[in-house]
Design a binder for this molecule. Structure first.
Ligand SMILES: [Zn+2]
Length: 387
């Protein structure tokens, strides 16, 4: 099925990426897409219930994203001095040695050197965070669904939510599954027996922190916290290697204080992490970023984020794929989260911000840029990470 580009379409890889991130949310029958000169070529499975409607939906998505794209800068602020020259990709070795094993699409199990490096990076950033004045927290796997409704996350990213269900606590449902569990190999049959989605798999690390501080007054003029936790994001058919995992690990630093303090912390951490990547010999760059909001009306929010530089992204290069992936973000939330969570400070203008580093993505980039054999890595990075 070929969908014509709208008149406002811009021929840009970044805009194509924006569309690719959301296209699978439109229909479960979408199997693949390709941007051709004539239009967007879609491959579908099964017979389409309403083809005219799907074409209209795809065109509507492209029109909205093209409009948002024009209002956002895609500015690269700075690039590091190193150029990654490793030509052999790590995928084959990581896969064959089972250092990375996907138990479900986008849900990895880690072993061996990959795990060793991932843990070492987390320890390194943890030490940095503690020195920066953070108090450490340990967070669970889920957050209350209500929390995501209040914070606006569910409204902005409904497609990402992974709600946790439980089997109905009634004898009929429990007996049905206990009596003949094999009958539920077709897992879709379980849907009828499950409900009570009061919890959701946490999509961010800082969400837990806001949950902890909800309704509280921060007595100090500034407060900093750090934690590592699993984050979860439903991506539909979108899982593609380390670009889009369903379950991944983030180390975050979360900071509260005046707007100026939050900005200062955001800039300071950015500066320090840049220096870290430079020392490790990584090829990196900094971009002004905006979140890929999906629901209607959020295009404005995206343009606003870009305009005020509320979000920076540190990207790393994958030489074999000729591709940049975001590995860390530096966010100024203003009062958009303290307000719904009713967190207050000394005066009335409490703001918050966070820094998050995706441990799988940075580890993967290191293997891509430096190879799979840790012995061949530069001695500086090996010493710093104690490898
Ligand atoms: Zn965060």
């Amino acid at each position: 099925m070929l969908v014509q580009y709208p008149d406002t379409w811009v021929d840009s890889k970044d805009l194509q990426k924006d569309v690719a991130e959301k296209i699978f949310y439109l229909s479960r029958q979408l199997e693949a897409y390709e941007f051709t000169e004539e239009g967007l070529l879609l491959t579908l499975c099964g017979s389409i219930v309403d083809e005219v409607q799907l074409i209209a939906d795809v065109q509507d998505l492209m029109t909205k994203l093209a409009a948002a794209f024009k209002h956002c800068s895609h500015e690269i602020l700075e690039s590091g001095s190193h150029v990654a020259s490793n030509t052999v990709g790590p995928d084959e070795v990581l896969d064959e040695s089972r250092q990375i094993y996907m138990s479900s699409p986008g849900v990895p199990i880690f072993t061996g050197d990959f795990l060793k490096v991932k843990t070492a990076i987390d320890n390194y950033i943890r030490d940095y965070a503690l020195e920066f004045g953070c108090e450490e927290h340990l967070y669970p796997t889920t957050v209350p669904s209500k929390s995501l409704i209040n914070s606006g996350y569910l409204g902005s990213f409904p497609q990402h939510a992974l709600l946790v269900g439980t089997v109905h606590h009634d004898l009929e449902s429990l007996r049905a599954i206990a009596k003949e569990p094999e009958a539920y190999h077709d897992v879709s049959k379980i849907d009828d027996l499950v409900s009570n989605h009061a919890q959701v798999l946490a999509p961010t690390v800082c969400g837990h922190c806001f949950e902890l501080l909800a309704g509280q007054k921060i007595e100090k003029t500034q407060a900093l916290y750090t934690a590592t936790a699993h984050c979860h994001r439903h991506e539909g058919n979108n899982h593609s290697g380390f670009e889009r995992l369903q379950t991944y690990t983030m180390r975050e630093i979360i900071f509260f204080g005046s707007a100026a303090f939050v900005k200062e912390s955001q800039e300071k951490i950015l500066k320090d992490v840049k220096a870290m990547f430079e020392q490790w010999g990584l090829q990196w760059r900094i971009a002004v970023a905006s979140d890929p909001f999906f629901a209607t009306g959020n295009e404005q929010k995206k343009a606003f984020q870009t305009l005020f530089r509320l979000k920076y992204e540190l990207q790393v290069y994958l030489p074999q794929k000729d591709q940049w992936i975001a590995s860390a973000s530096f966010n100024h939330h203003q009062d958009s989260l303290v307000k719904p969570y009713k967190v207050t400070g000394q005066d009335n203008e409490l703001n918050s911000g966070c820094f998050g580093i995706g441990l799988e993505r940075i580890t993967y980039a290191m293997f891509s840029q430096m190879g799979v054999d840790l012995e061949n890595w530069d001695s500086t990075v090996r010493e710093q990470l104690v490898l």
